[in-house]
Design a protein around this ligand. Structure first.
Ligand code: WT7
Length: 664
């Protein structure tokens, strides 16, 4: 398989595939003229464009009086004066026409399944809202942390929070108790909702013990209670007065709960993500702007239809799980599939079998999953009928042309557009992506920004780079679903996103990604320019990794960079300097590496394991003590070191490291 990301030129020279004409005829956006018309409308009157869409798409309790307020930029406000409730938008407004339509199809890994109609979803969300309010005193603005598996209750609890106006913060179930504790503390959550556990790889796994660990020694004083959904039936301990069973309590609740009228800008949720420095940051999203973009992109990018069965494989603990598993599909009144388990249980045909069984029309997944399925069972899809598929989507990382072509031909039968969607936790929804009925697609290229999204590839001074030259991927106008703040840290919000690129003194949103734009305006993402590593589409901050590694008593210092990996896209590569008195031997180093991986999985979770570690005598540093990571990245990727090393405090260290690498 070709190296992911390594060969941008290969992507740039790919041939173009045209959208399927039969599909296009029925699509919402049928051709490039229609796309360009929308872009033209957005360009000629930006506020009218977004204002009209917001009026059309959202069921307002009270209309807004201002589309965009830039007075306090970059703290933008959208649709001020408007009142809405996101749970109403996702459920109540569909009931008149779709009360018996399936909202959620759930399939457990062991093959059990369940359908939840819109009517049933309404009942369950209302009961849950009553439960949260009456027994756990959850009010508007309170934070609720969810540490849950992929089961319908996760959607129900998220929507119940939205109904009350409480702010949810979903923590990925693969994060360790320590990582969970950090997030609970930062959000000062009042309640944690979890499950005993669920099923994975054919076996039960546990979540509740991690919550106990996160809360032990009264380390999260804000948390008063824990609510537990029973899923796998394994024994768990209930702490008296603190822990309560969802399944027992929910039966007694009333199924009517008036949705709280929320301001457009009231936060809907927090979602923690890694930055290049420091602890994870709580990305804060709004109510109106977020749900508008979630709904709109389901219509534009997935061309969601009433009869569709739609499946997004992302875990609910990531932004894709928020926007394209739950909020987007439900805001459209669509049917969304929630699958509990892994892609390889009982074998590598599981996903294809589910697509056949549920006649999935639109399928959204990650390049890492595609590469795994391709490399383990290339011909397996041929055993299944995948002819229901119409649109395929990928997200989270660049997709290499080889994986793209397999996805296109073997899964999509050469008939489906692939929407390679570029976006981020911070953008709330898709930003740069093909439209399936309109955009000619190019393997590995995210193509064009959506109408109303102004993406540019810039130098730091805000000027545009030449076509074909790499630059900084920026969004130069605010957009409705953008991040509103970092929870509790406005300075970090400005510092993280609005400090690197300025145009005429005005701060511009910089994504952290590099990109190349061609003469047609097609944008190819070249990867992060900062110290963030993308492992299987999971964002990992190297600063967090380094601070965990140095907790090992033998380690003096370390530097972590990304290395290319044929399956996970990138992997973590750590350079480790041991204290002088530590005995050196292969055996000793292997032992330390094992212990370091143990620390990483305890501090962060299993997604943070090192792909490789190299024990070195020192790190390349400038005279002011700054580690030159770019040099280390080049070495890890087996590239020639082109950076100027003469300004290093000890230039000979580079040669020493290269020597060690070539000997390994
Ligand atoms: C980072 C955002 C967006 C939801 C999942 C990840 C990378 C995302 C693509 C793509 C190339 C991509 C970027 C971005 N990324 N989509 N289609 N092609 N790279 O969300 O954890 O916030 O990560 O993922 O580097 O900055 P996230």
């Amino acid at each position: 398989m070709d190296n992911v990301n390594a060969n941008i030129e290969k992507v740039l020279s790919q041939k173009i595939f045209k959208p399927n004409r039969d599909f296009a005829k029925l699509a919402r956006i049928k051709n490039m003229c229609e796309y360009e018309d929308l872009c033209y409308n957005a360009d000629s009157d930006y506020e009218k464009f977004w204002g009209d869409l917001a009026r059309e798409k959202i069921s307002w309790f009270h209309p807004f009086n201002k589309v965009l307020n830039t007075e306090n930029a970059p703290f933008y406000k959208w649709f001020e004066g408007g009142k809405l409730n996101v749970s109403y938008q996702c459920i109540d407004r569909h009931l008149k026409e779709k009360k018996n339509k399936v909202a959620i199809i759930f399939e457990g890994e062991m093959g059990d399944y369940k359908v939840v109609t819109y009517r049933k979803l309404y009942t369950e969300v209302n009961k849950t809202a009553n439960l949260l309010k009456n027994h756990f005193d959850i009010r508007k603005g309170d934070r609720v942390v969810l540490y849950m598996p992929m089961i319908p209750e996760v959607a129900i609890v998220m929507l119940a929070c939205a109904r009350i106006g409480a702010i949810h913060s979903v923590v990925f179930g693969g994060f360790s108790p320590e990582a969970l504790r950090d997030r609970i503390q930062d959000a000062e959550a009042k309640l944690v909702v979890t499950a005993d556990g669920a099923f994975r790889k054919g076996k039960p796994y546990m979540l509740k013990p991690a919550v106990d660990k996160a809360l032990e020694n009264n380390s999260c004083p804000s948390v008063k209670k824990v609510l537990i959904v029973e899923r796998n039936g394994e024994d768990i301990e209930y702490v008296r007065g603190r822990d309560f069973s969802y399944n027992e309590m929910i039966a007694h609740e009333r199924s009517i709960f008036e949705p709280e009228p929320m301001d457009s800008e009231d936060p809907l949720f927090l979602l923690y993500t890694s930055g290049s420095t420091g602890k994870p940051k709580g990305v804060q999203h709004s109510s109106a702007g977020y749900i508008l973009h979630a709904q709109l992109t389901m219509e534009w990018v997935f061309d969601i239809k009433d009869s569709d069965n739609y499946w997004c494989t992302a875990d609910v603990g990531w932004i894709t799980g928020h926007t394209y598993l739950i909020y987007g599909p439900l805001a459209c009144g669509a049917t969304t599939l929630i699958y509990e388990g892994t892609l390889a249980y009982p074998n590598y045909g599981r996903w294809w079998q589910m697509i056949e069984e549920y006649k999935i029309d639109k399928f959204y997944t990650s390049p890492t999953a595609i590469r795994m399925l391709y490399s383990h069972a290339e011909h397996e899809p041929r055993n299944y009928d995948l002819s229901s598929l119409k649109v395929l989507g990928t997200v989270g990382e660049p997709i290499n042309p080889t994986a793209w072509k397999w996805f296109y031909e073997e899964i999509g039968g050469g008939r489906c557009s692939i929407v390679d969607t570029w976006w981020q936790t911070e953008t709330g929804g898709n930003m740069i992506t093909p439209l399936p009925g309109a955009t000619p697609i190019k393997p590995g290229c995210a193509t064009l920004p959506l109408p109303g999204i102004i993406a540019e590839v810039l130098h730091e001074d805000g000027s545009r780079v030449e076509n074909g030259e790499q630059g900084l991927l920026c969004i130069t106008k605010p957009w409705p679903s953008m991040i509103r703040n970092i929870w509790g840290d406005s300075e970090r919000y400005i510092e993280s996103y609005f400090s690197q690129v300025k145009r005429d003194g005005m701060p511009i949103y910089f994504s952290g990604d590099g990109a190349i734009i061609d003469e047609k305006g097609y944008i190819t993402i070249t990867g992060r320019t900062d110290d963030v590593v993308n492992v299987s589409g999971h964002r990992i901050g190297t600063a967090e990794i380094e601070s965990a590694i140095t907790k090992h008593e033998s380690v003096a210092e370390s530097a972590c960079v990304s290395k290319l990996d044929p399956i996970t896209g990138e992997s973590l590569f750590a350079y480790i300097v041991l204290h002088e008195n530590v005995p050196r031997s292969m055996g000793e180093e292997l032992e330390i590496m094992k212990e370091i991986n143990g620390i990483l999985s305890k501090e962060i979770g299993n997604i943070a394991k090192l792909g490789a570690a190299l024990f070195v005598p020192g790190l390349p540093k400038t005279r002011s003590g700054k580690i030159m990571r770019r040099i280390l990245k080049s070495i890890a990727r087996g590239e020639e070191v082109k950076q100027d090393i003469s300004t290093l405090e000890d230039p000979s260290i580079v040669e020493k490291i290269v020597k060690i690498v070539t000997n390994v």
